[in-house]
Design a protein around this ligand. Structure first.
Ligand SMILES: [Zn+2]
Length: 236
């Protein structure tokens, strides 16, 4: 089990931790500020600092064997710490913050384009959503203008937890057809942007959508019958 500190505070950039297991893919710690790949958001990168001061570059973060364990993937050839060793973690914050801004921007944009979401991906420099919609209904200038108008409202975001049963009773909350929220843990995490969006999401978001700044729509193209892709970047 790894304590998922980013889930309660996405702004934590560092923590101390203890090595609990070594896996083929990487190092499992008792807690972490590193988000593991999932929900279209890439795994975090950064540095793991050993007690002797030596630094191990972490090039990726993945979910472990259980839903609540996280594996930190060290750069090839690094000397790994030992089980039980106390270490420190430092996040590549500029990269993660860009991911948080773009991720939250997708939530806002998903309310401007009213259609089922069939896919999505976030990178540090761009993000996209795929919609099941007629291409003729996708107007880049309108999407950009309306998304930026919502962002400019500067609304705070909130994390809400609901039970599996509550979610089952409200299927309209799930916009993403390709990625159903994980069930079975008894509760599901939602991101709420009051007046704008409410949907299940386990990723990291900015505390106020004003922090996104503004976005630009850089590409709209068809990737298949049910995948009309809208790609965005941060304007600054
Ligand atoms: Zn999200």
């Amino acid at each position: 089990m790894t304590g998922l500190l980013f889930r309660d505070d996405a702004y934590l950039r560092a923590t101390t931790a203890r090595v609990v297991a070594l896996h083929e893919r990487g190092i499992e710690l008792d807690r972490t500020v590193f988000y593991p790949l999932g929900g279209g958001q890439p795994g975090d990168t950064g540095v793991l600092v050993r007690a002797d001061g030596s630094r191990i570059a972490i090039v990726d973060t993945r979910k472990g064997d259980t839903p609540e364990s996280v594996v930190h993937v060290p750069t090839a050839g690094a000397a790994w710490p030992e089980v039980g060793e106390a270490v420190a973690l430092e996040l590549d914050w500029p990269r993660r913050h860009a991911l948080m801004r773009l991720h939250t921007a997708l939530h806002v944009m998903s309310c401007v384009v009213v259609a089922p979401v069939t896919g999505g991906n976030i990178a540090p420099d761009k993000a996209r959503l795929d919609f099941d919609i007629d291409m003729a209904l996708l107007d880049a200038a309108r999407i950009e203008r309306e998304t930026n108008a919502l962002i400019a409202q500067g609304t705070p975001t909130e994390t809400v937890w609901i039970s599996d049963e509550e979610l089952d009773a409200r299927p309209e909350l799930v916009k993403t057809m390709s990625v159903q929220p994980p069930r079975g843990a008894g509760r599901v995490r939602l991101l709420r942007i009051p007046g704008i969006d409410l949907q299940p999401c386990g990723g990291t978001h900015v505390a106020n959508i004003g922090e996104i700044g503004a976005i630009r729509v850089v590409k709209i193209r068809s990737e298949g019958k049910h995948n009309k892709r809208v790609e965005i970047v941060l304007a600054d």
